[in-house]
Design a protein around this ligand. Structure first.
Ligand SMILES: Cc1ncc(COP(=O)(O)O)c(C=O)c1O
Length: 408
């Protein structure tokens, strides 16, 4: 038992790391656009197993950068896009802001990623050029099947892996299956740079477009080949080049100060992923007999949190809060039920995603939580929680029976 508050997420940056940072800062280094950003990107790309990584100032910026860069690359045959109903607002919002038509995809009852039948149905109906998926609470989607559907319908796949740093499926890290993948280093994610995010990719051209769009649309940061050929194409001399903009870009950069933290955080990512997996297993062993538990195929599960469904969510929330345990709804629930969506597109019903919306919660999981605290959380949870029952049969039925009413 514990009398202290059990936070949903905790800071991964230690006092030692902050002391090292302050020593470094006072040595008068270059604080932005310096070597540490490049070093962090290299370490991160090596960890994911991707060729490239681009450091940005948030996971949301990472999503915006990969979607907008793909659009600017001229590779999208249309602006139809698939997005999981259960995702995060900034997985979707760049698509809305950039004038795409988003189609919400139903959730798979096991992984809470995309339901493959519905995904394929959306591909057939809308022939989307692009899909972005989310690995919900760190659990991988059914990637082999998904990648093959994307190949069949010529859909470019983006992965929002902001909740899944370190999860491995089929010997490949999440974020490395599609054209590009995004990560968040916000406080409470697997690693933190205070705020921050990363895009990974194995696509050289897209990487260079992203480097340009991250920084105003200029060519200063891109590789030599692109710098020269863009200048040649537009007949730009070296002075003019300093302020030449090839894309209507953003400034999505972070700083070397944050990269300093990122480099140091990466030293403990394996320990973090391991702890998070063990925590998940402990929750599973205490709760999964009576309550819903995500199941997915993985070699390593860098779990974000323990997600489940309860029929009395408000009561559970109040009881856990009274016992100083912080919980949240299961991420955004269904985007199809969020006020902005209802206002813009009308309410969208998707049976499984709607269950997540109404009954989903998630329980704390992070590096700083110990076995006794997880036991305490489970004890308190079990005192009041009512399963969303019979959840297994209900979810299976929902996944089989959903129809095209899912379409906006
Ligand atoms: C799936 C997902 N995508 C994107 C984000 C956005 O990341 P950030 O808070 O770094 O902007 C989050 C944040 O929690 C997330 O869970």
């Amino acid at each position: 038992m514990t009398s202290n508050e059990i936070k949903l997420a905790d800071n991964t940056i230690t006092t030692d790391e902050l002391e090292n940072l302050s020593k470094w800062v006072t040595s008068n280094p270059q604080l932005t656009k310096g070597d540490l950003t490049l070093e962090f990107e290299r370490i991160f790309a090596d960890y994911i197993g991707s060729q490239y990584a681009i450091y940005v100032n948030s996971g949301s910026s990472a999503n915006l950068l990969m979607i907008y860069s793909l659009l600017e690359s001229g590779r999208l045959r249309n602006k139809q896009a698939i997005v999981p109903a259960v995702s995060w607002i900034t997985t979707l919002s760049p698509l809305v802001q950039l004038g795409f038509t988003p189609h919400l995809c139903e959730s798979d009852s096991e992984t809470l990623g995309v339901d493959l039948n519905h995904f394929e149905q959306l591909c057939k109906e809308h022939r989307p050029a692009v899909a972005i998926i989310v690995h919900v609470l760190g659990h991988p989607n059914k990637m082999k099947e998904l990648v093959s559907i994307c190949q069949k319908y010529d859909v470019l796949l983006l992965e929002d892996a902001c909740e899944a740093l370190g999860t491995v499926q089929d010997y490949n890290k999440l974020g490395n299956f599609g054209v590009a993948g995004s990560f968040s280093f916000y406080y409470g994610h697997h690693i933190s740079t205070i705020e921050g995010g990363m895009v990974t990719s194995n696509d050289n051209e897209l990487y260079n477009i992203m480097l340009s769009i991250r920084s105003h649309g200029w060519s200063r940061d891109v590789e030599g080949y692109y710098k020269v050929s863009w200048a040649k194409e537009h007949n730009i001399d070296p002075v003019r080049e300093l302020y030449t903009f090839y894309y209507p870009g953003f400034n999505l950069r972070s700083t070397d100060l944050n990269a300093f933290l990122g480099i140091s955080q990466m030293q403990k990512i394996d320990e973090i992923a391991e702890r998070r997996e063990q925590n998940f297993i402990q929750y599973q062993s205490r709760l999964a007999k009576r309550f819903y538990c995500q199941t997915s195929r993985f070699d390593k599960l860098s779990s974000f949190a323990f997600g489940t469904f309860v029929s009395n969510r408000l009561e559970v929330y109040k009881h856990l809060k009274a016992n100083k345990i912080e919980i949240r709804p299961l991420i955004c629930g269904s985007l199809g039920k969020q006020p902005f969506w209802v206002k813009k597109y009308g309410e969208t019903s998707l049976p499984v995603a709607d269950i997540v919306h109404e009954f989903g919660i998630y329980l704390p999981n992070h590096l700083g939580i110990d076995e006794h605290q997880i036991d305490f959380i489970c004890d308190k949870f079990l005192e009041v929680a009512q399963p969303m029952f019979p959840y297994k049969a209900e979810l299976a039925k929902q996944n089989q029976s959903h129809t095209s009413k899912a379409i906006i």
